[in-house]
Design a protein around this ligand. Structure first.
Ligand code: ATP
Ligand code: DP6
Length: 406
C-alpha cells in the first residue's frame, strides 16, 4: 500500500433507483440476516425522478469510517451498516490507479477507512423506500470502489442485509427477491425478471400524503405481524407462492388486467395482515382496475400504476380534481417527475386544476368530494434502470482532495 503519510483520495460515485413492491415482502425468518418468509416482486422506479446518489472515498489519511446522509453526518455503528461494510470488505480485490500512483492490495482494505456521502433526491423515511435505494447504492458503490468481482445478484444478498427491499434495487425493470432456503442466506437474492424496456408503457403516479405522524417502521411492524398474526402464515405459505407464479406470467405477457388484479389484491392482503384499518385515501371501483393498479406500502402513500399514458392522463385529471393543492401551492411543485403527463392532461396552472370538470362516474353525486391539501404532492414516473456508476467527477458528493463533503 502507498505510505500512510500519502494523502491520496480514491473515490467512486453511483446512482441507484428505488423500487415499489407489487407482491409484498412482509415478515422475516431471520432478523439478523434479513431473510424473508415469502418471495416478493417489485418494479424499479426511474432514477431520473427518484434515486439515491452515493460517493465513497478511501484514503490512508482517514482514521475511521464516516457517513453523511443528505449533508448531515450519521453514525455507521448500526448492525445493518456494519454488515454491509464487513461483507464487501471480505470480498475486496486489488485496485491499482496508475495515473494517481495508487496501489491497494486485497488485504489493505481491512485497514483502510472510507468516507460515504449519500443524497436522496426525495424525502428520507417518508414511505418512499429511501432505505431500499440507500442500501443498494451503498453496497453497489462500495463494491465498485473495492473492486469486488461479483455480479449484482451476489451484491443483492449483501444489500439485503441493509434492508430487505434494498436487494431488489440492484436491477432495473421488474425484479423478484427469491426468499431462498439456506440458513446463511446465500440463496436469498434478487433476480431480474424483465428489464425496464419490456413494459415501458406503464406510468406510475405516487400520491405522497401529507403526514404529520410517523408510521410504525416496516422492521418492527413486520416483526409484530409475524409474532401475532395467524393470517400471515397462510399468506406466506399458500397465497404468495401462487401469486408469484401468476404475477411473473402477467409481467412476461404484459397482461395488465391480471397484473392490476394481483397488485391490488396483494396490497389489500398485506394491509389486512397488518390489520391496517386506516381508510384508503382514494376509492377506485372494479372498472378502474382495468386501467389502473394501486398498491400501498407501510405508509399512507398511494402508488398507482396505469397501463399507458392515456389512462395515466385521465387518472391524473381525476386525482387533481379530488385532491387539489392548497391555494398557496405552486403546480410545478405539486406534480413532480415526468411533467409531460400534466401537459397531456391540458393542465398548465392552478386555474386549469380549478376548472377540471367532475369525473363522469360521479356526475350524479353533487357536490363531488374534494380533499384540498391532503396530498403533499404527486410524483409521475415509470419503470426504470438499475444502478449505474457516474464517471463525471462533478457529480461526486465528496471533495476529491479532502474526501470530505463538498
Ligand atoms: N441514501 C442512503 N444511504 C444509506 N442509508 C440510507 C439512505 N437513505 C436512507 N437510509 C437509511 O434508511 C433509513 C430510513 O428507512 P425507513 O425504512 O425508515 O424509511 P423509508 O425507506 O424512506 O420508507 P419505507 O421503508 O416506509 O418505504 C434511514 O434512517 C437510513 O438509515
Ligand atoms: C411494505 C414493504 O415496503 C416492506 C419493506 O420493508 P423494508 O425492506 O423496509 O424492511 P427491513 O427489511 O426491515 O429493512 C414491502 C416491500 O417493499 O416488499
Amino acid at each position: 500500500m502507498a505510505e500512510q503519510s500519502e494523502k491520496w483520495v480514491l473515490m467512486v460515485t453511483a446512482q441507484t433507483p428505488t423500487n415499489i413492491a407489487v407482491i409484498k415482502y412482509w415478515g422475516k425468518r431471520d432478523e439478523n440476516l434479513i431473510l424473508a418468509i415469502n418471495d416478493s416482486i417489485s418494479v424499479t422506479l426511474d432514477p431520473a425522478h427518484l434515486c439515491t446518489t452515493t460517493t465513497i472515498a478511501v484514503s490512508p489519511s482517514f482514521n475511521q469510517d464516516r457517513m453523511w446522509l443528505n449533508g448531515k453526518e450519521i453514525s455507521l455503528a448500526g448492525g445493518r451498516y456494519q454488515s454491509c461494510l464487513r461483507e464487501i470488505r471480505a470480498r475486496a480485490s486489488d485496485v491499482e490507479d496508475e495515473k494517481k500512483g495508487i496501489k491497494i492490495t486485497k488485504n489493505d482494505w481491512q485497514n483502510l477507512h472510507v468516507h460515504v456521502a449519500s443524497y436522496n433526491n426525495f424525502p428520507t423515511a417518508a414511505g418512499l423506500a429511501s432505505s431500499a435505494a440507500g442500501f443498494a447504492c451503498l453496497v453497489f458503490s462500495l463494491a465498485k470502489l473495492m473492486n469486488v468481482q461479483e455480479d449484482n445478484g451476489r451484491l443483492s444478498a449483501i444489500a439485503r442485509q441493509g434492508s430487505g427491499s434494498a436487494c431488489r434495487s440492484l436491477y432495473g425493470g421488474f425484479v423478484k427477491w427469491v426468499m431462498g432456503k439456506e440458513e446463511n442466506g446465500s440463496d436469498s437474492i434478487a433476480v431480474p425478471l424483465v428489464d425496464e424496456k419490456h413494459w415501458d408503457e406503464l406510468v406510475i403516479i405516487i400520491a405522497v400524503v401529507s403526514s404529520r405522524q410517523k408510521e410504525t417502521s416496516s422492521t418492527s411492524g413486520m416483526r409484530e405481524t409475524v409474532e401475532t398474526s395467524a393470517l400471515i402464515e397462510h399468506r406466506a405459505k399458500e397465497v404468495v407462492p401462487k401469486r408469484i407464479i401468476q404475477m411473473e406470467e402477467a409481467i412476461q405477457n404484459r397482461d395488465f388486467p391480471t397484473f392490476a388484479q394481483l397488485t391490488c389484491a396483494d396490497s389489500n392482503q398485506f394491509h389486512a395482515v397488518c390489520m391496517d384499518t386506516s381508510p384508503p385515501i382514494f376509492y377506485m371501483n372494479d372498472t378502474s382496475h382495468r386501467q389502473v393498479a394501486y398498491t400501498f406500502d407501510a405508509g399512507p402513500n398511494a402508488v398507482m400504476i396505469s397501463r399507458n399514458r392515456k389512462a395515466a392522463t385521465l387518472m391524473l385529471q381525476r386525482l387533481l380534481f379530488h385532491f387539489p393543492p392548497n391555494s398557496d401551492t405552486d403546480l410545478n411543485s405539486y406534480v413532480i417527475g415526468d411533467k409531460s403527463i400534466l401537459k397531456d392532461a391540458g393542465i398548465q396552472d392552478i386555474k386549469d386544476v380549478e376548472a377540471l370538470p367532475p369525473p363522469p362516474e360521479i356526475k350524479d353525486k353533487v357536490p363531488a368530494q374534494k380533499y384540498k391539501g391532503e396530498i403533499s404532492y404527486f410524483i409521475c414516473t415509470r419503470p426504470g434502470r438499475g444502478p449505474v456508476l457516474l464517471t463525471d467527477e462533478s457529480q461526486a458528493l465528496l471533495n476529491p482532495e479532502t474526501g470530505l463533503p463538498k
